[in-house]
Design a binder for this molecule. Sequence first.
Ligand code: FES
Length: 163
Amino acid sequence: TSTTTVLTVNGSRREVSAEPDTPLLWVLREDLSLPGTKFGCGIGMCGACTIHVDGAATRSCQVPLASLEEGAQIVTIEGLPGEGVPGTADEPGERGLHPIQDAWLEAQVPQCGYCQPGMIMAAAALLRENPTIDAETVRASITNICRCGTYPRVAEAVAAAAR
Ligand code: FES
């Protein structure tokens, strides 16, 4: 039987009815029409499905709907531009994007692009935890997988956003 859960997704209150063990990834993509979050492995290894739950980078394929607190704050790649906080390292840039997205554009990070929403969400959480992070620490910290091997540009972009 399905249960109804109320979540805050990208700043809006959303009511979701689904089986309790439905992964949040599928709730976002199928029930809430937010396809920016990608399915890669489905077993918590690749990071393509990374979103923020209460500010923390989280692999949404591993989060059953029933495990979320009522009112949990979910941010997906679609909502990341609105997550920028003026006066902090997250302050939005001239394009109105999150600074990590501006850095991604500057460094032309993506190749095929499939893993990049998850990569950006992981990077944004990392930058918030460590606003002065350097490229070497980024390389050691990001465990998301990119089959195109964009890792050097990922590290470059996060370090640039940290400056
Ligand atoms: Fe969730 Fe790979 S799809 S970690």
